[in-house]
Design a protein around this ligand. Structure first.
Ligand code: 5GP
Ligand code: MN
Length: 340
């Protein structure tokens, strides 16, 4: 479905649907929450009743965002979540494209076979057959940028307000690492220029996102780099691992490991950086790369995951020791790509 076809189909949807649920992915990040809230505010301008639903809690650095108090966190109130899904006449998937990315919400979403679904996303490997309409652009910084484009098509002068602009800036800023990567065309900067205004201050938003560490979070970051980072020079790769006990020792709060995986990439020779974390019952992998090395491929082929060229994630059901061992077996297979 081309962007033009999506935009005209979506125009019809606005008059057709009155009760819309917007869902995003597990461990929601700034783009998941920002794009969902902005899209929700936008739909409300047409008299549509909306509910934003995320599988589990958002990180503390997003707690100040406009509209965040109204977000339904499925794993805290799954009964209400199921009720919302049953009553809605359109389900919108934002910032993910497969139900498996919604954690415990997965089963209930899959039961909604009769409810039409709309997709707005920038991840790879989408299966479009399940969507009544989709805007899926892999070479766009963020889902928030796509939502901004939709709103711009209807007219920023009519529909943009401070809440929407703030949410969209959070999404674009966090998915591009403050405009350091994942920028494929100048539109990203142009659209952000239009979101900033005398009452929407970029520096204020940036500070709310990045300068709100707890002391524990800062010390955990130091520990990761000095005690838990292994540099595999032969493969231009570095990894950090964190056990459940490490997280407990630093009184881990949701979001405290956000950004940790980016630090090893600051070493000149490093092409791939990985964070391996022991979570409840599963091992989470977070991958980042520089240049054309695809961590999406690595995550997809070996770690039940995926994502983007330079940022991806995955999970394994095993112990942390087994997860590290598997990772150490996988890396040499990519030696030629990592060292070329
Ligand atoms: P993060 O490392 O920040 O959790 O994720 C990096 C990127 O990969 C994000 O865009 C995220 O949506 C995507 N991602 C993370 N985990 C998975 C996964 O298990 N499967 C897929 N398909 N994408 C993932
Ligand atoms: Mn995103």
């Amino acid at each position: 479905m081309s962007k033009d076809l999506f935009l005209s189909t979506f125009k019809n949807f606005i008059t057709q649907y009155h009760n819309v649920v917007i869902v995003s992915h597990v461990n929601p990040d700034g783009d998941a929450v920002g794009s969902s809230l902005a899209f929700s505010y936008f739909l409300q301008k047409f008299g549509i009743k909306t509910k934003v639903m995320i599988p589990n809690d958002f990180p503390g650095f997003l707690a100040w965002m406009p509209g965040i108090d109204e977000v339904l966190i499925y794993d805290k109130n799954s009964e209400k979540g199921v009720q919302c899904l049953n009553e809605t006449d359109l389900i919108c998937y934002l910032d993910f494209n497969a139900p498996s990315r919604t954690g415990l919400m997965h089963n209930d979403l899959c039961h909604c076979t009769k409810t039409p679904k709309l997709l707005i996303d920038h991840h790879r490997d989408a299966d479009f057959t399940q969507f009544a309409a989709y805007l899926s652009e892999v070479e766009t910084s963020s889902t928030s940028e796509l939502v901004a484009e939709i709103i711009q098509y209807h007219g920023f002068d009519k529909y943009l307000d401070d809440n929407i602009a703030t949410c969209l800036l959070v999404g674009i800023m966090t998915d591009t690492g403050s405009f350091a990567h994942s920028i494929y065309h100048p539109d990203t900067f142009e659209i952000c220029g239009k979101l900033i205004s005398p009452t929407v201050n970029y520096q204020y938003i940036h500070s709310k996102i990045y300068n709100t560490f707890s002391e524990n979070r800062m010390r955990l970051l130091g520990y990761c780099i000095s005690n838990r980072m292994t540099v595999m020079n032969e493969f231009n790769t570095a990894y950090i691992y964190l056990t459940k006990k490490d997280l407990e020792d630093f009184d881990y709060q949701v979001g405290d490991t956000e950004g940790v995986v980016n630090f090893p990439l600051m070493i000149d020779s490093i092409r791939m950086a990985v964070l391996i974390t022991e979570r409840q019952g599963v091992i989470r992998f977070s991958f980042r790369s520089k240049g054309d090395f695809s961590v999406h491929e690595v995550a997809r082929a070996h770690f039940n995951g995926g994502g983007h060229l330079n940022a991806a994630g995955g999970t394994l059901n095993c112990t942390i020791e087994q997860a590290i061992e598997k990772f150490l077996q996988v890396v040499p297979q990519y030696k030629s790509l990592l060292t070329k």
